[in-house]
Design a binder for this molecule. Sequence first.
Ligand code: UDP
Ligand code: MG
Length: 313
Amino acid sequence: MSTVYFVLPCYNEEAVLPETVKELTAQLQSMMQSGLADENSRMLFVDDGSKDRTWELIEKFHSENPLVSGLKLAHNRGHQNALLAGLMTAKDEADCAISLDADLQDDISILPQFVQKFQDGCDVVYGVRNKRETDTWFKRTTAEGFYKVMEKLGAEVVYNHADYRLMSKRALEALSEYKEVNLFLRGIVPLIGYRSDYVYYDRHERFAGESKYPLKKMLSFAMDGITSFSVKPLKLIANLGIFVALISVVGLLYALISHFMGNTVAGWTAIVCSIWLLGGIQMLCLGIVGEYIGKIYNEVKARPRFRIEKHLK
Ligand code: UDP
Ligand code: MG
């Protein structure tokens, strides 16, 4: 049997917490009875600097319910950081941790399947959404577009997987080696590379409270995801520079022909040619500088360069 931790970041979730605790307690107890989780298993609620009564509620549930643990962050640091705080605490206390949202939008009836796959030897189990019917058309299109863009830019992300996943102790230890501050967990986890599998589920609607991810946060999250995992936008500048420089050659020919046909104002040819050529060269130079910045950026992250999975002696 293994110690299983559920890790739930909570930001202003007083409206959903009582129900969440009730449903998860029932689920965890049934997993304990069926031998999937041992008696040290817990639900770890991470209060991400909420402004409402979230922490008071967590304290109250902790005093009444031995399965509830709590972690209080001093400030609101955002979902990803709150999640990381919870996972890094679980790393020392549990054999595996499952992260999920406090609003129970992620279907909790599949929790046993995660642990089953863990016991079968997987280090990471991704929860993947079957379909996105409960989302608005806008959220669905932007979210799916985002996964596609990430893929094109060369970052490895699991399609339609958010942060509903199980990680083993060893995977959490690997995660702790990634020191980057611009945290985009769903991009880092696939880099860990241990054996992984998928569990499929339908996402429900939030049953109380409102989304803490308005469009502005969604956009900045997407930007973080792209700029934390890809230097391709920098390469794009260099390519654009080459393209503009090539166009300038065509422009040069056109300007020269116009000049010799005599239908130009004096001085026009020289100005037009230099604008295009210089523009192209400048952009190309920016791209070259960008290449170096891209290298610095990768060095600064100091990500682990390899991970040994097995060693036969
Ligand atoms: N959350 C958090 N800190 C924040 C914003 C959100 O810990 O600054 C938590 C929130 O309490 C919830 C989870 O992150 O448990 C997902 O947020 P939400 O349900 O609002 O996002 P959505 O499901 O609408 O994408
Ligand atoms: Mg939600």
